[in-house]
Write a protein that binds this ligand. Structure first.
Ligand code: LLP
Length: 421
């Protein structure tokens, strides 16, 4: 359930009319609901309330420090994949002791930053990363807490670009080769073996792939224990899907029940890295219609609604052919027509929706692109020299700009014209 609902034909975010925010903030902008963010975080976290666990929000899904701060206040940790995300998580008030660091390409500077902060663990993805971490930790005279991210070779049955747990994907260490690395790590002076991690993909709508990989991880943890290597943190990654358009992903409670059943008497702190399931339906993108036009060619007349948001603001439709529901902010009961909703960028791939039935809209109307809270703003760019849009957080009847719209000046920040001789 989310707090974006129509009241008297006008879209509201909690108790605030979206059109009112558009009037003061301008368009386009991302809009988040505090009540929904908190509700979704708690729904996930409390599903595991009866067992030892830590919910580390996947910062990449939505990294505004105001959003991260809400989760910090609810006891959440963070799953980060860069030094930038570490910086944000700490700024937002997430304790280092609740931060885990994933990703295949951590630089030396990033490892150093994680060690300086004192994070909970590094999810190491290769033998070379382990060696580098040992060297950096030795240099700093500290001990690095490590989990290995294993690749269980399980098909998550999701979009190919966001599937990560197959042998052909770049992620993790093949589970059959990981034992050797655990042995090496256990013998390293500046490494402490802390856990194991595994993340098989995103937007999963089935529980079975999660369980399939847990079965493999559990068997492997048993082998490690037999070899005298104890694993006290098991990180099961993120990946529970959401409804964009009729998908029926498992409810977090169902997911939790299945995990707990499979876990049996295995004793460890469970770590989760949910992103999309918490923020996806807690944020929308508001855009204004600039023009409507039709291109008549043969019998295929095509109608276009040109809006002021584009693929640089929300890249998911162009990149993954992803579906986002689109609603007029003022529902005036207009007749429907089939349109493409496109942005101003000079590429045919710049669309938010294609061949979509939409109530007839006119110049100046506002549209809401739904389910845009995850991988929306965080994947936005300045392509076509478009300043990145504002982010706004609603709390009941009030709203706060939690990230200002970029200015033209900010577009060229740090650029220099050389002084030619
Ligand atoms: N943990 C790790 C190691 C990950 O790589 C990811 C997502 C997550 C957790 C969070 O997964 P979630 O709970 O959000 O499914 N840009 C794509 C999604 C990329 C996901 C990358 N990894 C999209 O817009 O669909």
């Amino acid at each position: 359930m989310n707090h974006f609902q129509f009241q008297n034909g006008t879209l509201h975010c909690e108790e605030t009319p979206v059109s009112e925010i558009a009037r003061t903030v301008g368009t386009p902008f991302y809009l988040y609901s505090r009540a929904t963010l908190e509700r979704h975080f708690k729904a996930f976290d409390q599903s595991f309330g009866d067992i030892d666990h830590l919910t580390c929000f996947a910062v990449k899904a939505c990294s505004n420090i105001a959003v991260l701060n809400l989760f910090a206040k609810l006891g959440g940790g963070a799953d980060i994949v860069s030094g930038g995300e570490l910086f944000r998580a700490l700024k937002a008030g997430i304790p280092a002791s609740k931060i885990i660091y994933s990703g295949v390409g951590k630089t030396e500077a990033e490892l150093r930053a994680g060690l300086t902060a004192g994070i909970l663990m590094f999810n190491v993805e290769s033998a070379q990363e382990l060696e580098r971490l040992q060297r950096v930790a030795a240099d700093m005279n500290v001990t690095a807490p490590v989990a290995f991210r294993v690749n269980p070779d399980v098909d998550p049955k999701t979009h190919a670009y966001i599937s990560t747990g197959l042998a052909k994907n770049k992620f993790g260490i093949p589970i059959q080769e990981a034992g050797e690395l655990y042995q090496q790590a256990a013998a390293m002076e500046h490494i402490t073996v802390k856990g194991i991690s595994c993340h098989i993909g995103s937007q999963l709508t089935l529980i079975s792939p999660f369980i399939e990989s847990l079965v493999k991880v559990k068997a492997f943890v048993g082998q490690l224990n037999d070899q005298g290597i104890s694993i006290d943190h098991i990180d099961l990654g993120g990946g529970v899907g959401i409804t964009y358009d009729g998908e029926q992903p498992p409810h977090p409670q169902e997911y939790a029940r299945a995990i707990k059943d499979e876990l049996g008497d295995l004793k460890a702190t469970l770590i989760f890295e949910p992103g999309r399931v918490i923020v996806g339906n807690a944020g929308i993108l508001i855009t204004e219609v600039q023009y409507t036009k039709s291109n008549r060619g043969g019998e295929n007349e095509k109608k276009f609604v040109v809006v002021d948001a584009a693929m640089n603001d929300l890249t998911r439709p162009s990149l993954y052919d992803a579906y986002h529901r689109i609603e007029p902010v003022m529902d005036q009961g207009a007749a429907h027509e089939r349109v493409d909703i496109v942005g101003p960028i000079c590429e045919t791939g710049d669309f938010l929706a294609r061949d979509r039935e939409l109530p007839r809209v006119e110049q100046g109307d506002l549209l809401a692109v739904m389910s845009a809270g995850a991988y929306g703003f965080t994947m936005s760019s300045n392509y076509n020299s478009r300043p990145r849009v504002a982010e706004v957080l609603v709390d009941g009847t009030s709203h706060t700009v939690i990230r200002e719209r970029e200015t033209l000046e900010s577009l060229i920040n740090g650029e220099h014209i050389p002084e030619y001789k």
